[in-house]
Design a protein. Structure first.
Length: 763
């Protein structure tokens, strides 16, 4: 090292050889001798074949020069060569560093103080510590599909101190778009993720949704498919999940992200957009959609998917589209990605100002009515609702999704509301001056297409965790969890109670309706073919609080909403948000997987059965003793009745041969659905009379294998025993404004009379 204070004399360009160009004293600088390994230059020198690896900036000239602040050792540079005078590699360089103050030279190496440093200790030899942020962790090399499975296996939900696994299992049908990715991952890690084999992609979504509803939205299933038709088959199930606010994770395969050869098998080419595939049709029916085109994108996308699945206000179908090449791509994943995560299901409390406004509305009301929707069930607020209704005396009517919020024998329960509701509930709704909606979306069936709540000045208070729904009907908003909101209302209304005359009128209306239910269930002739309501009566007399009843479409939801007497809060499982034909059988499988000790019944008409009987094979494969009741009425009975009411005369709704005039008015089709169910592996019990039906239902309930009860139903007599009470509220289905057939003309006249009573709500 040169003596302290030695500096470079000239600050211009400096040739490499002359040593006399260095010298002079400078009080603020010293020249530091650097190790040779750190002082090598990265540019070749004319007589230095050893070259080096120190990357110093130069101007690309034939004779490279060093910055003026870089001093060389005295003496000529000796080239690296053989012989006694050889130089062993590049020689050392000295680089000027500021010690105290003054202008700093442009640094090319980590800066070091020129003075002596402390003695090296053992701690100095350890790896450097991170400078903040997350601690450095290890990595795990997995494919994208393997990483996703490992991630999903460690996701949990927690509500009220009870923890559940979020993704309990994965359903799948494999094709070239997912077999090498998720298929291989499920084989690689069988202990991480249970797998269920499906027969139809839509049905797999229904099974996952059924499981989610039975689990109170605290757990669900994932569904994996190939690309193309397997992916598009998910759309209907995704829409059902999103409409009903039920979580399900969809993992459709997608076309190559690298696009080695377009189009690949089952790829839809879009001329105006190269990044569009058929999976994009899942965007409008998903609450969250992402396409994982790079492995690194999986981490934020997977976390976002879990956030939406566990958000009580935003949940629904979540789609992660997985290109088939990306699924198999390996990546070094941070270990933190696979740590256990618990997603806490929040119970937001109401805003004090909103709570105060709602309390004022309730205190001012003289004829209030509670409308309990699916949010009561999803929140687990049944006990809070019962306590609030008992303390205030306010009667409770229920939507399809909310049925079961109060048990049928609760003194404040009025049953279903709206087009398929009870006479008791609809009568009070027409005179109510305040409607307290709890967790309801206010669909047209609930509001009778806006014609039900006709009392002058009727007001709405909407207790809902979703702001979108809380602002409907121009109501006073109370954005909160249903249970938390009800508890807050009860605390703010101590001693408040409706007038006893109003409470007594509710009790009387309920008692009168129960007599009509008894008449609908009655079957005085045990040797006659049962009507549909008599089938429900047979189930009503047999089922206990542990049984679960599932339905979705046809005329059965209307009859069940009117007539069924729920004996437990989760017994009534009717999907009427999307009212999807084919939901019942796969949903029964999902429900049974969620509640393996409880009897599960799927009620289907022949139209629904023909839509999706495939998952009966799955029930047989899994050994799930679901009970399927098939009601054969040789057509679409529900839509047939609607067709006649709008002047379409039941056209195209009966299962009959084509007649010579081209219409479907010939003999009934000789389709044997019982034989079909037997061919799929079910035990089949045929019933032709009421007595045989009751025996078959009891046998099915005790069965330990999947069982089908097949019954041909008699037409509804219209009045008397076995008939369903008529609808007590209207439903808006537009009728042709001009027609020549008398039926259509009369239907239009009735339509215009009904539509004039609509209440317009700005919400």
């Amino acid at each position: 090292m040169r003596p302290p204070g030695t500096r470079v004399r000239r600050r211009g360009r400096l040739r490499l050889r002359p040593a006399d160009r260095r010298g002079g004293a400078h009080p603020g600088r010293t020249l530091v001798l650097l190790p040779a390994a750190q002082a090598r230059r990265g540019t070749p020198r004319r007589r230095d074949p050893a070259r080096g690896d120190l990357l110093l900036r130069h101007r690309g000239r034939a004779r490279p020069r060093l910055p003026a602040d870089l001093a060389l050792p005295s003496g000529r540079q000796r080239p690296a060569r053989r012989g006694p005078g050889r130089r062993r590699g590049a020689g050392p360089r000295r680089l000027a560093r500021p010690l105290d103050r003054g202008a700093r030279p442009r640094h090319v190496l980590p800066e070091r103080h020129g003075g002596p440093g402390p003695r090296t200790r053992l701690a100095h030899l350890l790896p450097p510590r991170p400078r903040g942020g997350l601690p450095v962790t290890g990595t795990r090399r997995l494919t994208v599909a393997q990483a996703l499975i490992a991630f999903l296996a460690r996701q949990f939900t927690e509500r009220d101190g009870v923890r559940h696994r979020l993704i309990k299992a994965t359903w799948g049908i494999f094709g070239h778009g997912n077999v090498a990715g998720l298929g291989q991952a499920l084989v690689e890690y069988p202990d991480l993720m249970p797998f269920h084999q499906g027969r139809n992609e839509q049905a797999m979504v229904h099974a996952a949704v059924g499981h989610a509803r039975q689990s109170g939205r605290l757990s669900t299933h994932a569904v994996t498919t190939s690309i193309g038709p397997g992916a598009t088959n998910l759309v209907t199930g995704a829409a059902l999940a999103t409409i009903n606010r039920l979580p399900v994770l969809l993992l459709p395969g997608d076309t190559f992200a690298t696009r080695p050869a377009d189009p690949v098998l089952q790829q839809l080419e879009v001329p105006y957009a190269g990044d569009v595939s058929v999976n994009d049709c899942l965007r409008p029916v998903s609450r969250y959609f992402d396409r994982i085109t790079r492995p690194e994108a999986l981490v934020p996308a997977a976390l976002a998917a879990m956030r939406v699945l566990t958000d009580p206000a935003e949940t629904g179908a979540v789609t992660l589209a997985l290109p088939q090449d990306v699924q198999t791509e390996a990546h070094d994943w941070p270990e933190d990605f696979f740590t256990e995560r618990v997603w806490h299901i929040r119970r937001p409390a109401p805003d004090p100002a909103e709570l105060g406004a709602a309390v004022r509305e309730l205190r001012a009301a003289r004829r209030p009515l509670i409308v309990a929707g699916g949010g009561v069930r999803h929140s687990g607020a049944e006990a809070a609702l019962a306590a609030f209704a008992e303390s205030t005396g306010i009667p409770v009517a229920v939507t399809q999704a909310g049925k079961g919020s109060l048990l049928h024998d609760h003194p404040r329960d009025l049953g279903g509301l709206g087009h398929t509701g009870t006479a008791a509930a609809n009568e009070l709704a027409r005179t109510a001056d305040l409607l307290l909606g709890i967790g309801t979306r206010w669909t047209d069936f609930t509001t009778a297409s806006g014609t039900l709540f006709t009392a002058p000045g009727a007001r709405f208070v909407n207790l809902n965790i979703a702001p979108f729904d809380a602002h409907k009907m121009s109501g006073t908003t109370l954005i909160a969890d249903a249970r938390t909101g009800l508890e807050a209302l009860a605390e703010a209304l101590p001693g408040h109670r409706v007038d006893e005359s109003y409470a007594a009128a509710c009790t009387t209306a309920k008692q009168q309706w129960e007599l009509r239910v008894d008449e609908a269930y009655a079957a005085p002739d045990l040797s006659a073919a049962p009507t549909q309501t008599q089938v429900l009566g047979g189930l009503d007399s047999l089922l206990g609080p542990e049984d679960i009843l599932i339905n979705a479409a046809g005329s059965l939801p209307g009859d069940l909403h009117k007539l069924w007497r729920p004996r437990s809060h989760d017994q009534y499982h009717v999907e009427y948000g999307y009212s999807c034909m084919g939901y019942e059988i796969p949903a029964a499988i999902g429900v049974r997987l969620a509640a393996p000790a409880r009897p599960v019944w799927a009620l289907v008409g022949d139209g629904t059965y023909l839509m999706m009987p495939t998952e009966l094979v799955t029930a047989v494969q899994l050994g799930l003793p679901i009970k399927v009741v098939v009601l054969q009425n040789h057509g679409y009975a529900s839509i047939g009745g609607l067709s006649r009411s709008v002047g379409a005369e039941g056209f195209g709704t009966a299962y009959r041969f084509r007649a010579p005039d081209g219409t479907y008015t010939g003999d009934p089709l000789p389709v044997d659905l019982a034989a079909n169910a037997a061919s799929l592996g079910l035990r089949v019990l045929r019933a032709t009379t009421v007595a045989e039906l009751r025996t078959a239902l009891a046998t099915a309930r005790a069965a330990s294998e999947p069982t089908c009860v097949y019954v041909e139903t008699a037409p509804d007599p219209g009045t008397g025993p076995g008939s369903v009470p008529p609808a007590e509220a209207w439903w808006d289905v537009p009728v042709a404004q001009t027609a020549s057939r008398p039926e259509a003309v009369r239907a239009r006249e009735e339509y215009e009379r009904r539509v004039g009573g609509r209440r317009w709500a700005l919400g």
